[in-house]
Design a protein around this ligand. Structure first.
Ligand code: A3P
Length: 273
C-alpha cells in the first residue's frame, strides 16, 4: 500500500507523522520559504508545506500536540520533519511552548538586513492591501514620522532582532539555535545549506546542481530529479524605492540594535552597507 503527500513509493507501515525535530522560527521576510524549500531537497528531510502557527496562535495551541502532529507530513524513520512559521520568532509564548514540547529541538533562524526586511515586510502588506482594495500609505510616510524613524511601525519592531532573540535565549542555549544568513542564501545558497546540514547532523546531500540562477526571476531556483522550479511570485517582489536619506536614517536607528544582536549571538553581519 502507498500513501499520499508526495511519498507515493513509501510503504505505509514505515511512514509516520512525527512532531518536528527542527523548526524555522523566523524571521518574517528573512527567506524562510526559500530555506524550507531548499532543505526539502535533502533526502533525510520532510517539511510541513504550510505555516502551522501552532505555538503563536492560542486557538491552534489549544488543539494540543496530538493535533499538531497530525498536521505534519508522513516521514520515514531516517527523516527529520521541519516546520516553518516566521511568526514564532516575535511571539512571547512560542519559546516556552516549544521548549515544553522538546527542550532539545534544534531551531533555525534566518536573518536578513533589518532595514531590507522592513521594506520587504511593507511590500508584502502593501500587496495584500491592494488586493483587498484597501488604502495604503507610501512607504516613506510609514517609515519616517515628523522627521524621525517611526518606532511604532510593527515592521520596524519586528526587525529589532535582539529584543525577540532574548526571549529565545531564556529557553534555549545558543548552541541549539543556528542562524542562517538570509542575504547570503539569496546570493549563493549552497554554503548556507551546507552549514545547516552540519547543524542538523545530516550528511551533505544538497548539491550545487540543485540550484540554477534564473535571470528572469533574479533569484536562484531549484532543480531536483530533472524538474526545475522557482519560488512563487510572492517571493522576490520588487520593492518600492526609498530615498537614500530615509534609508540612512533607518540604518542609523538600527545600528545600536544590531550591535546588541551581534553581541548576543557572538557573530556579526554586514548590514546596512
Ligand atoms: P522579497 O520578496 O522582499 O525579495 P519569506 O519566505 O521569509 O517571506 O522571505 C521572502 C524573501 O525570501 C524574499 O523577500 C526574497 O528576498 C528571499 N529569498 C531568498 N532566496 C530566494 C529565492 N531563491 N527565491 C525567491 N526569494 C528568495
Amino acid at each position: 500500500t502507498t500513501q499520499g503527500e508526495g511519498l507515493l513509493s513509501v510503504p505505509a507501515t514505515n511512514a509516520s507523522r512525527k512532531l518536528p525535530q527542527t523548526i524555522i522560527m523566523g524571521v518574517r521576510k528573512g527567506g524562510t520559504r526559500a530555506l524550507l524549500e531548499m532543505l526539502n531537497l535533502h533526502p533525510h528531510i520532510t517539511v510541513a508545506k504550510t505555516e502551522m502557527h501552532f505555538f503563536d496562535w492560542d486557538e491552534n495551541y489549544q488543539q494540543g500536540l496530538g493535533w499538531y502532529r497530525q498536521q505534519m507530513p508522513l516521514s520515514l524513520p531516517d527523516q527529520i520533519t521541519v516546520e516553518k512559521t516566521p511568526g514564532y520568532f516575535t511571539s512571547a509564548r512560542a519559546p516556552e511552548r516549544i521548549q515544553a514540547m522538546n527542550s532539545s529541538l534544534r531551531l533555525l533562524l534566518i536573518v536578513r538586513d533589518p532595514a531590507e526586511r522592513v521594506i520587504s515586510d511593507y511590500t508584502q502588506v502593501l500587496h495584500n492591501r491592494r488586493q483587498q482594495n484597501k488604502s495604503f500609505q507610501p512607504v516613506e510616510q510609514i517609515l519616517i514620522r515628523d522627521g524621525e524613524v517611526n518606532t511604532n511601525y510593527k515592521a520596524i519592531q519586528r526587525s529589532l532582532y535582539h529584543l525577540h532573540m532574548a526571549n529565545w535565549l531564556q529557553r534555549f542555549p545558543l548552541g541549539q539555535i543556528h542562524i542562517v544568513d538570509g542575504d547570503l542564501l539569496i546570493r549563493d545558497p549552497l554554503p548556507e545549506l551546507r552549514r545547516a546540514e552540519r547543524f542538523l547532523h545530516l550528511p551533505p546531500r544538497i548539491q550545487a546542481s540543485n540550484f540554477y540562477f534564473n535571470h528572469t526571476k533574479g533569484f536562484f531556483c531549484l532543480r531536483a530529479e530533472g524538474h526545475e522550479r522557482c519560488l512563487d511570485d510572492s517571493k522576490g517582489r520588487r520593492h518600492p524605492s526609498v530615498s537614500a536619506r530615509a534609508l540612512s536614517q533607518l540604518c542609523t536607528y538600527f545600528e545600536g540594535h544590531n550591535d546588541s544582536f551581534f553581541k548576543m549571538v557572538g557573530r556579526s553581519f554586514s548590514w546596512c552597507r
